[in-house]
Write a protein that binds this ligand. Structure first.
Ligand SMILES: Nc1nc2c(c(=O)[nH]1)N[C@H]1C(S)=C(S)[C@@H](COP(=O)(O)OP(=O)(O)OC[C@H]3O[C@@H](n4cnc5c(=O)[nH]c(N)nc54)[C@H](O)[C@@H]3O)O[C@H]1N2
Ligand SMILES: Nc1nc2c(c(=O)[nH]1)N[C@H]1C(S)=C(S)[C@@H](COP(=O)(O)OP(=O)(O)OC[C@H]3O[C@@H](n4cnc5c(=O)[nH]c(N)nc54)[C@H](O)[C@@H]3O)O[C@H]1N2
Ligand SMILES: [Mo]
Length: 842
């Protein structure tokens, strides 16, 4: 049947539809999904492939996720429980590992391909302003594939590849086969290109800044290893990091060593200094011992605090002049700034204290303690997710240079101890292969061979949608925004992770087509035109390494249960789209997921052989259903970051223009930006507690959540442990709460000029006065008036760049007001299916 005949049929039938009772959608899951499978067999090319090889009816199956190597118990083909593999009593528990079943059987699962009603009626006149409000219509899988294929083809032909945004940032699931973002980009690059992204939300400022300073990304490098720190460091400074929470996950699969390390650190007699405006879980955990100190500066002012410490070091002569001379450049220019020769302001502790709110004696004491003891400064990334986020880590490198212990065992700085088990010694591993973006199959022009044709800084998505053709400064160069007309998102929850959501939703109306795949009805899927239901990683076979820096294991990720409802793997969907576009063979290379997995495993097997690493053949490995663990060579247990540079700064020079640590960067200075100088320095943010004429009273921080991975796992029973009055918890100081008449458990309204949310008050002493903590990742759930009733922090945050240099995101620069909520409270209903769904299959 031709597409046009279908459209006629569809348009005339559309308004005669009966509402699809939610009951019908969820009824008789098993038979329905079988039915869909049968339909799929006839209708989809890719469905000829076998996706899951075998399933256990009763027993235990090993798999992996960001939150660890997991063991799931299956009874009668259903997941009944899950836990970390080999979780012993002594080990630190990771609650994220226990909710596999909740995810698979969540009420918020997308069961079928769904299309927004007005879009289905006419994709060219689809009333984009109705995104998020329109009715949903269930269509057949085949129909959905046709709609997507047409939208992509038409956009590319009429507007060019750059009109397709497939940067699709997000934390997708672990697994080298079902890497949905790569699968999307493989489809797009084989088809002729797309607009992609540079950098990420995690380290948007630091990863662009630090190559100018130390010649590497630094934030994603192996750290001086745990055993060396345990043996040599006397003082540990945890600066704006929350490792007891953020180490619950890794980008691949966490092996849990980081949590164990911090647990051991707690038992040691080292001095631990925690610097954070919030008394985070880590601060609480580590304050519960002798010899710990918590310092809570005013948010966004750490750079001033560092200057106060450094000024003390300089004036007391307690700093390492030799290290500065031999291993760094430009300290003299920085000194002119610190001593006030450039701007008339001496950056002493008095000045610093007036900005950061930490008393002078504390800073003076820190200067002495850090200089006189072997000190490791472990910094997180929250403070660079703020305006002028380029400065804190640059300033910390400068501070560590004055201390002079960089490259010594247990000294210096580490910017990834809180993430993905940085510091766990690297194993002698054979590393598995993974899906790649492939090559363009048509066009032939050289630029098409690249994965994407244009890239924008990841955090500029809203600005780009609003201002096609605009040229922005970026790290010394220029970026011209393309005119985006189609957005394709997989593996991310952008209506949630991006800042200033109300503004984002306005510009989100601009493109003609928005397509999202997800397993769940997140805010992003709800604001799309075409929604494809995907499997969770527990319904498909896959394979992963564990430990992003350690490469400790190869983890089999076996399907636990069959696909739910009409969910398909992203691979199957893109294979069918590739078929429509004429490159199915190139896209799939004729391989089933299982064959790809075997190939990825064999890459490791082959590379391991010459290194003397013995591994079983694939079948043995797969059937055994257990990870392969690699040995850690003795020499890797003594790794000290920058020790080679320290030993010979000429031979082992850094990747900076001078080969040294650049306290002053000629390259950066020449960019001539008004928001980033050639040396690290203090800039006043647009919103902070010390400003004149504050637009609102409190500083809102939105760090990463304790019991979720961003928005993932919000739809599980873990939410019962933290939700307050069924909303995201907001931490408020008891004196502030008293002044505002807010009590523990109250529903509060948090608001500013950008928007308003409801949250549940947690009153105590767990934040500095004047500061509020509302974790990122609460699902955006607007009520009838547009207020987010669930407490999504990004309704309140600022969508600006850290600076022209990095263009990083700035969620931690935001002032808000808070009051007890007196209005009508609507029920949080984002974790259920949308109510306005209809059934219309062709
Ligand atoms: N206010 C504030 N905002 C922030 C931050 C902050 O600190 N404060 N942090 C920022 C940071 S660092 C990050 S990394 C981002 C995180 O932002 P995201 O990475 O977008 O957040 P997640 O909730 O992990 O979203 C992942 C989505 O992918 C889906 N998914 C998982 N597996 C698959 C799959 O196989 N296929 C498909 N199609 N979908 C899948 C999940 O269901 C989920 O909806 O948020 C940023 N936003
Ligand atoms: N459980 C869990 N683990 C995660 C994630 C998750 O969502 N859940 N997300 C993962 C991802 S994608 C990333 S990028 C990392 C994020 O890792 P980080 O960016 O380090 O995590 P955050 O929680 O944003 O910030 C860490 C700490 O910085 C503090 N902070 C914020 N602003 C300031 C400031 O101005 N000064 C000082 N001194 N401290 C400040 C916060 O209060 C918080 O305690 O975590 C990863 N790990
Ligand atoms: Mo991140």
């Amino acid at each position: 049947m031709s597409i046009s005949r279908r459209s006629v049929l569809k348009a005339s039938a559309l308004f005669a539809l009966v509402p699809l009772a939610p009951k019908l959608l969820s009824a008789n899951e098993a038979s329905m999904s079988e039915h869909a499978d049968k339909m799929g067999k006839v209708m989809s090319k890719a469905s000829e492939m076998k996706y899951v090889t075998s399933l256990v009816e009763n027993g235990e199956v090993v798999t992996g996720a960001h939150w660890g190597i997991l063991k799931a118990t299956i009874k009668h083909g259903k997941i009944v429980s899950s836990n970390g593999l080999n979780t012993s009593k002594e080990k630190i528990k990771n609650p994220l590992q226990t909710v596999v079943a909740d995810q698979v059987y969540a009420k918020s699962r997308i069961k079928h391909p769904m299309v927004r009603k007005s879009y289905l009626k006419d994709p060219h006149n689809s009333k984009p302003e109705l995104r998020g409000k329109d009715e949903w219509v269930r269509v057949s899988y085949k129909k959905a594939i046709e709609l997507i294929a047409n939208a992509v083809k038409e956009t590319r032909e009429k507007k060019g590849p750059q009109a397709i945004f497939a940067g699709s940032y997000g934390w997708k699931s672990s697994g080298n086969m079902h890497n949905c973002v790569v699968l999307l980009q493989r489809y797009m690059s084989m088809g002729g290109g797309f607009t992609g992204i540079t950098a990420d939300y995690s380290t948007g400022a630091a990863q662009v800044m630090l190559p100018h300073v130390v010649g590497t990304l630094e934030v994603y490098n192996q750290q001086t290893v745990f055993p060396v720190v345990m043996e040599n460091s006397k003082v540990i400074v945890i600066w704006g990091a929350n490792p007891m929470v953020t180490l619950r996950i890794a980008y691949s699969v966490t092996e849990g060593s980081g949590l164990e390390f911090f647990n051991n650190l707690k038992k040691s007699d080292k001095k631990i200094i925690l610097i954070d405006p919030i008394k985070s879980d880590t601060v609480q955990f580590l304050m519960d011992r002798k010899n710990s100190q918590w310092i809570a500066p005013i948010p966004n002012t750490d750079v001033a605090m560092m200057l106060g410490i450094m000024h003390t070091m300089y004036t007391t002569g307690k700093y390492d002049k030799k290290f500065l001379d031999n291993y760094t450049t430009g300290f003299d220019k920085f000194l002119d700034y610190m001593l006030g020769k450039t701007d008339g302001v001496v950056k002493d502790t008095k000045w610093a204290s007036s900005i950061c709110g930490v008393d002078e004696a504390t800073m003076k004491d820190l200067a002495k303690t850090m200089f006189e003891n072997r000190t490791m400064i472990m910094a997180g990334w929250g403070m660079q997710r703020a305006q002028h986020g380029e400065q804190p880590h640059w300033m910390l490198v400068t501070l560590a240079s004055m201390i002079g212990q960089i490259g010594l065992p247990g000294g210096g700085f580490g910017f990834s101890y809180h993430y993905a088990n940085g510091g766990n010694p690297t194993a002698k591993a054979a590393v598995i292969g993974g899906m790649n973006v492939g090559k363009a199959t048509s066009g032939g022009a050289a630029w098409l061979q690249k994965a994407s044709s244009v890239n924008i800084p990841v955090s500029k998505i809203a600005d780009c949608l609003a201002n096609p053709g605009k040229v922005i400064d970026a790290n010394g160069g220029k970026v011209k925004y393309p005119d985006i007309d189609l957005i394709y998102w997989v593996g991310g929850n952008t209506i949630g992770h991006h800042q200033n959501i109300n503004n984002y939703l306005k510009v989100w109306q601009k493109p003609s087509h928005i397509i999202v795949h997800d397993a769940f009805w997140t805010a992003s899927t709800r604001h799309a035109d075409i929604v494809m239901p995907t499997t969770t990683s527990y319904e498909r076979d896959d394979i992963s390494m564990s430990g992003d820096y350690s490469n400790l294991n190869i983890v089999p990720m076996k399907a636990l249960v069959k696909r739910q409802y009409e969910a398909k793997d992203d691979y199957e969907i893109f294979s069918d789209l590739a078929e429509k576009a004429g490159f199915y063979k190139e896209y799939t290379e004729g391989k089933t997921p299982r064959e790809w997995i075997e190939q990825f495993y064999n890459t490791a097997l082959k590379s391991g052989k010459p290194q003397g690493i013995s591994m079983p053949d694939f079948k043995t490995f797969w059937d055994k259903n257990m990870p392969i663990t690699f040995e850690v060579p003795e020499e890797d247990k003594t790794y000290v970051r920058y020790s080679d540079f320290r030993d010979d700064p000429i031979l082992n020079s850094l990747g900076t223009p001078s080969g040294k640590i650049e306290i002053y960067s000629e390259v950066v200075a020449k960019m001539n930006y008004d928001d980033c100088r050639g040396y690290p320095s203090w800039f006043e943010p647009v919103e902070w507690l010390g400003m004149k004429n504050k637009p609102a009273e409190f500083h809102l921080l939105s760090p990463h959540p304790e019991l979720r991975l961003h928005s993932q796992l919000a739809n599980t029973s873990l939410r019962d442990k933290y939700a307050v009055s069924d909303r995201e918890p907001i931490w408020i100081h008891e004196e502030d709460a008293k002044a505002k008449g807010i009590k523990n458990g109250d529903i509060v309204r948090v608001f500013n000029a950008r928007g308003e949310v409801l949250a549940g008050a947690v009153v105590g002493k767990h934040v500095r006065k004047g500061v509020l903590k509302l974790s990122e990742g609460a699902w955006y759930n607007p009520d009838s008036k547009g207020l987010c009733k669930n407490g999504c922090a990004n309704v309140l945050t600022l969508d600006i760049s850290t600076s022209k240099l990095a263009n990083g995101n700035c969620p931690n620069t935001a002032l808000v007001n808070i009051e007890k909520y007196k209005g009508k409270v609507e029920k949080v209903d984002i974790f259920e299916e949308p109510k306005n769904m209809r059934d219309f299959r062709i």
